[in-house]
Design a protein around this ligand. Structure first.
Ligand code: OOG
Ligand code: MG
Length: 262
């Protein structure tokens, strides 16, 4: 790890205060071009430690950059993983104030809730489906803290993979009642479809993203606990939103979930 612990702490402070104050910053690899992915996850961990010290709870995990639409849009071709905390939760149909965010975008996601813990290494789609209580649709609101939403893999990992808000809702369905590869996903903005795809866009099967996350955590001595919520990654490219926009996600067999920006 080329970054020393004081630098990791300073970068965590910088990125978290950008998140809390809705300010952007230059990407951190401009000043630290040699930083590794281990450094980047160390910065992300330090952001989480700051939040935990204030009593914030982890409510889930996310995989990102898991579909061709997302990888192409962001110019990053490897998945990344982040955490979700209570301050990111928006109720289904709820409002998100634009003043709290920098330049938000929305993504259609297939979300998993586990009934049993999942621990890598060696976690696979079968293990994920066996451990899944139900899946449900979710809209992730991402908000990169980097200027113009431009970053590389290390920068975005340090920035907790642009996590900002998320909404889950719709119908909770057991995973064996669906073929998660072929379910259709339609994202609407102000009543018009703006992005659409099928579950297989996420690494061939959305459960593969959950397995990858469990293996990533396992390599670091951690696991996904029973009850964990996991966002498996945007099925399509992300769509920018502005004040007044209403967003609705419809997922075949899973109903719909909505959020609005004001
Ligand atoms: C990084 C986060 C990506 C997803 O679902 O692909 C992500 C970004 O694109 O800002 O959450
Ligand atoms: Mg996402």
């Amino acid at each position: 790890m080329p970054l020393d612990s004081a630098t990791v702490a300073a970068l965590a402070e910088q990125l978290e205060s950008c998140q809390l104050r809705a300010r952007d910053t230059v990407k951190i690899t401009d000043a630290h071009p040699g930083m590794t992915l281990a450094d980047a996850y160390a910065v992300q961990d330090a952001i989480l430690a700051r939040k935990r010290d204030r009593g914030t709870r982890v409510v889930g995990w996310k995989a990102g950059l898991t579909s061709p639409g997302k990888m192409k849009q962001m110019g990053v071709s490897e998945p990344c993983f982040g955490f979700l905390v209570d301050e990111f939760v928006v109720p289904d149909g709820g409002d998100v104030p634009m003043a709290d965010l920098i330049h938000p975008k929305v993504e259609p996601e297939i979300c998993f809730v586990l009934k049993r813990a999942l621990k890598g290494p060696g976690c696979h789609i079968g293990a994920v489906l066996a451990a899944t209580d139900f899946v449900l649709p979710g809209i992730e609101v991402i908000d990169s803290r980097y200027r113009d939403f431009k970053f590389d893999l290390a920068s975005v990992i340090a920035d907790n993979t642009s996590a900002a808000r998320f909404v889950v809702g719709g119908r909770a369905v057991a995973p064996d009642a669906l073929d998660l590869r072929t379910i259709g996903v339609v994202l609407e903005k102000n009543g018009k479809p703006v992005a659409m795809g099928a579950g297989a866009a996420v690494l061939g099967h959305p459960a593969a993203a959950v397995a990858m996350l469990a293996n990533h955590l396992g390599a670091r001595g951690q696991e996904l606990p029973a009850g964990a919520l996991v966002l498996s990654g945007g099925v399509t490219e992300a769509v920018a939103v502005e004040a007044g926009d209403q967003v609705c996600l419809r997922v075949q067999g899973l109903g719909s979930v909505a959020v609005q920006f004001r």
